[in-house]
Design a protein around this ligand. Structure first.
Ligand SMILES: Cc1cc2nc3c(=O)[nH]c(=O)nc-3n(C[C@H](O)[C@H](O)[C@H](O)COP(=O)(O)OP(=O)(O)OC[C@H]3O[C@@H](n4cnc5c(N)ncnc54)[C@H](O)[C@@H]3O)c2cc1C
Length: 335
């Protein structure tokens, strides 16, 4: 294999999640000289899902090759999905450097060629596709005690918490799911949630999925799980937490572990420093791009996946399949 550091690549793809892997598959099919740079592991975001979790999408929405994802049940687990993505990269012989983070992208005004600096090397490429996802910064509550070692912003598995007093904070499906897993496996669990989130039934508003809510309500009815309608988490100390409830009373609960699961934000530093423009989209900021080509205001710099308006895996896969052939076409028309 030639050394990507000495050659000029056609396409540099940053991120090996579903979007980056889909882009790499499409680039290989188009015969492009491409490389994927991934700061973590293959499909790192999926790797970080809770152990044993069943995803909410169907195989046809998740798979990178038609009919190749065949889970034991109707929807795959984290492990089945991860294995599918890893197998795709291996079977297709995709050119991916893992555990190498992209640090800066610069476009040479005269030649239009990009220089990408990473934690290990420097590369040159005619086009760059950024597919770095939206999970870089787990959101924080900024409360006293949030930096204690017992506080986590990601849930992996329930087994270290059996018979322990655990508080889960959050109003979306991830928090509800973590509370369910913990309660089912014998942790003394309290879910601290805003009433409006608990009562939210609109799936577009990140409501708790019905297949999580039903067993969660069973845990509540049978007295294993507690719900705290709170307005504010006041303080976390070594053995306790203090919550302000909606009637204005501050309750102190015994506590061994806290999970703050209130979402995450993308890291846009790479794109901003490269000169990409952003626009507000609800609470988040999204890069401005052409909706047909996903090219940004920086010519030759493309975006795809979770931090665009195409948020789920289905679109993270579909968009690169559509735009990489257009990128290949642009070489044929400019040569
Ligand atoms: C717990 C959980 C469950 C979910 N369940 C579902 C589901 O059931 N169905 C569904 O459709 N969606 C689900 N999602 C959302 C789904 O994971 C995302 O839509 C999907 O991962 C987006 O793919 P992506 O390739 O855009 O981004 P990601 O999968 O996040 O991939 C981005 C990659 O870029 C890498 N990266 C970031 N910065 C750099 C850098 N500077 N240099 C190099 N590499 C970098 C990251 O390490 C990562 O591997 C879930 C999310 C979570 C957190």
């Amino acid at each position: 294999m030639s050394n990507a550091r000495d050659e000029q690549l056609d396409l540099l793809i940053i991120g090996a999640g579903p979007a980056g892997l889909s882009a790499a598959g499409a680039a290989a099919r188009e015969g492009l000289n491409y490389l994927v740079i991934e700061k973590g592991l293959l499909a790192d975001t999926i790797y970080r899902y809770p152990v044993g979790r069943t995803v909410f999408s169907t195989p046809d929405e998740l798979e990178l090759r038609e009919n190749s994802l065949r889970p034991c049940r109707d929807k795959p687990t984290r492990e089945e999905l991860l294995s599918h993505y890893v197998r795709f990269a291996l079977d297709e012989g995709l050119r991916i450097h893992t555990e190498e983070g992209a640090e800066s992208i610069e476009r040479h005004e005269e030649t239009g060629v990009f220089t990408l600096r990473t934690t290990r090397a420097e590369y040159r490429a005619a086009r760059v596709l950024v597919a770095t996802g939206a999970m870089a910064y787990p959101r924080r509550l900024h409360v006293a005690g949030e930096d204690l070692p017992k506080v986590q912003h990601r849930f992996v598995e329930p087994y270290p918490y059996v018979r322990k007093d655990v508080l889960v904070v959050g109003g979306g499906n991830s928090a509800a799911e973590a509370a369910l897993f913990l309660s089912e496996e014998g942790a003394h669990t309290t879910l601290a949630i805003w009433r409006a989130d608990w009562e939210q039934r609109d799936p577009k508003m990140n409501a708790i999925k019905h297949w999580v809510r039903a067993p969660l309500e069973r845990e509540l009815e049978e007295g294993r799980l507690r719900l705290a309608f709170f307005t504010q988490l006041e303080e976390i100390t070594g053995r306790e937490v203090r919550l302000q409830t909606e009637d204005g009373v501050v309750r102190t609960l015994p506590n061994d572990a806290v999970f703050i699961l209130i979402g995450a934000d993308a890291d846009h530093t790479l794109l901003r420093r490269a000169g990409v423009e952003f626009a507000k989209a609800g609470l988040a900021e999204v890069p401005v791009y052409n909706p047909d080509t996903y090219e940004t205001n920086v010519p030759g710099l493309y975006v795809a996946g979770h931090f665009t308006h195409a948020r789920h895996i289905k679109q993270a896969i579909a968009v690169p399949r559509r735009i990489v052939p257009l990128i290949a076409q642009s070489f044929r028309t400019t040569v």
